[in-house]
Write a protein that binds this ligand. Structure first.
Ligand SMILES: O=P(O)(O)OC[C@H]1O[C@H](O)[C@H](O)[C@@H](O)[C@@H]1O
Length: 530
């Protein structure tokens, strides 16, 4: 297409939201009018599904749950007055708590005020708070936040070492919807031990955000933690950023949560229209469908040209891949759906993998995220008449053009500034686009059965470890891996048993492994404990 035709196509397909100052440009996706026409009936169904979801339908049939994240930012649309009240009270509870922390009505027992937060959680109980903190936390805020989002001992040490002198004034927030996920439980126990080592009273500095009556809820109540905040079962982990999960840590950091909620609400209104061309979430979902042929044939590369949006692609990775990546569709057919998401930030990635994007395998489409405001205040010139921000903008435009010349499709989303309102709007935009896409490809976008399999397998490995340890403790002579597997009655688990032994031996757990490490069958194991 020549420049004039491209410019016309840009204008024909440009979506602009004046209230948010947000632009969506899908003109560099290679669809045509015939494609749009074929999508029309699919979207009619998607719009209907979405309306039913918002009205309180059981949109997550496997888990028999409603899907209510849109109600969080406009409680008036909650399907019952009880739910509305629950939402209003949830926000009030957050604001009251944050107020009390700020006024020092709630404070740690051995320090004048809270200065830091350790937020413990994983997946949907971490990615949203991490993204929002990176995007919006002030350079010097009322409380500084640190995350434990894994069960990696060295990672936990790193976080704890950084703030060991400030543990006395640290508020610990453990977030887990189910309240039974092992990683945050482990993190919480390790933090509890770090508190005990400094003779601090963990319970007086701890709060939980979790489902009512979950293990975590019961523990927090039985140990007398400062507070527990309920998580509703109709809010999924990956869509919980605008629930207490995201709002509480954000507000404690001094982020305007009402503005975040408002941005999301405004975007929700914009994405309810049933005209594809005027609905930015529908335009996104349609573009994804085009690029992926409705079957995940291409990857979604997300490149925000703004450091503070660094974690957006990681956040979207869960939102998109856990929602769309499904073996079966809603009718039970095997479909192996999904869209792979990755990305870091521009221009940084231009000096890393954009080489492949421009010239290598063409298995992706790009989403540029552009922020019009370079920084607050005036920029110095780095060359006559040119600022660093001009470079950032120029490199984005240049990359978009260079990719287009090689027939690589891209979407460009432009916001005026990274602020609570635009971040709320971005979250809402992608939540809705993912919901539409789920309908377009007929999958349940709100469950995650695949994750359960991995969790069960991990639990089985830990059970096996206990058996293996017993076998080597009981043995009077060193045993080979095969002998251990035999004695544990698990000969078919020999490879996992070998890996358990190797891990124990590497970690001072009284397990001695001897022999040729390049030939595991020669290894013998003995127990060196007392
Ligand atoms: O909040 P939690 O119940 O601890 O769950 C944390 C995360 O882990 C699970 O395995 C799910 O796949 C995620 O969707 C969830 O966000």
């Amino acid at each position: 297409m020549d420049a004039t035709a491209l410019w016309q196509r840009y204008q024909d397909w440009l979506y602009y939201h004046s209230g948010l100052g947000l632009y969506l440009d899908i003109s560099r996706m290679g669809f045509n009018d015939a494609f749009v026409a074929t999508m029309k009936p699919k979207f009619d169904k998607a719009f209907k599904d979405m309306a039913a979801l918002e009205a309180g339908a059981i949109a997550n049939p496997d888990e028999h749950r409603m899907v209510g994240h849109y109600w969080l930012r406009n409680s008036d649309i909650a399907p019952t007055s009880e739910l509305k009240q629950e939402i209003v009270e949830g926000i009030a509870q957050v604001e009251l708590f944050v107020n009390k922390v700020q006024n020092r009505d709630i404070k740690p027992p051995f320090a004048p005020q809270f200065t830091d937060i350790i937020s413990i959680g994983i997946g949907g109980s971490a990615l949203g708070p991490q993204f929002v903190s990176e995007a919006l936390s002030p350079d010097i805020g009322p409380l500084a936040i640190h995350f434990i989002d894994n069960t990696d001992p060295a990672g936990i040490d790193r976080t704890l070492n950084k703030i060991k002198d400030k543990l006395v004034s640290t508020l610990v927030i453990t977030i887990s919807k189910s309240g039974g996920t092992p990683e945050p439980r482990n993190g919480m126990i390790e933090v509890q031990k770090a508190f005990a080592a400094q003779k601090l009273d963990f319970a007086k500095q701890a709060i939980a955000i979790t489902g009512v009556d979950s293990q975590l809820d019961k523990l927090a109540k039985s140990e007398g933690w400062i507070a527990t905040f309920p998580m509703a079962d109709w809010v999924g982990g990956r869509t919980s950023e605008l629930s207490t999960v995201g709002l509480l840590p954000a507000a404690l950091q001094g982020i305007d949560i009402r503005a975040m909620l408002d941005g999301a609400k405004v975007m929700d209104e914009a994405t309810r229209t049933t005209e594809i061309k005027h609905n930015p979430a529908a335009l996104l979902a349609m573009s994804w469908y085009f690029a992926c042929n409705g079957r995940g044939e291409k990857d979604m590369v997300v490149l925000p040209y703004k450091d503070s949006l660094l974690l957006f692609s990681r956040y979207l990775q869960q939102l998109v891949m856990e929602s769309i990546g499904k073996e079966k569709d809603l009718d039970g057919n095997i479909v192996y759906q999904g869209i792979s998401v990755y990305g870091n930030k521009g221009t940084t990635d231009q000096h890393a993998y954009v080489q492949q994007l421009r010239e290598g395998v063409s298995n992706f489409f790009l989403t540029f995220i552009e922020v019009l405001e370079d920084r607050q205040g005036v920029s110095p010139e780095v060359e006559t008449g040119v600022t660093s921000g001009d470079y950032l903008s120029g490199l984005l435009q240049g990359t978009r053009q260079a990719l287009y010349e090689k027939q690589r499709d891209s979407i460009t989303l432009t916001i005026p500034q990274v602020n609570p309102r635009t971040v709320g709007a971005l979250i809402a935009l992608y939540e809705r686009a993912v919901g539409f896409y789920g309908s377009l490809v007929n999958v349940n976008a709100y469950h995650q059965p695949g994750v359960e399999a991995g969790k069960k397998a991990a639990a089985a490995v830990l059970d096996l470890q206990k058996q293996v340890l017993q076998v080597i403790k009981d043995a009077t002579t060193p045993l080979s891996v095969a002998e251990i597997a035999e004695k544990a009655g698990m000969p078919d688990q020999i490879e996992i048993i070998y890996k358990i032994l190797r891990h124990l031996a590497a970690n001072g757990r009284n397990v001695l492994l001897e022999g040729n490490f390049g030939q595991p069958s020669t290894l013998t194991t003995s127990y060196k404990g007392s």
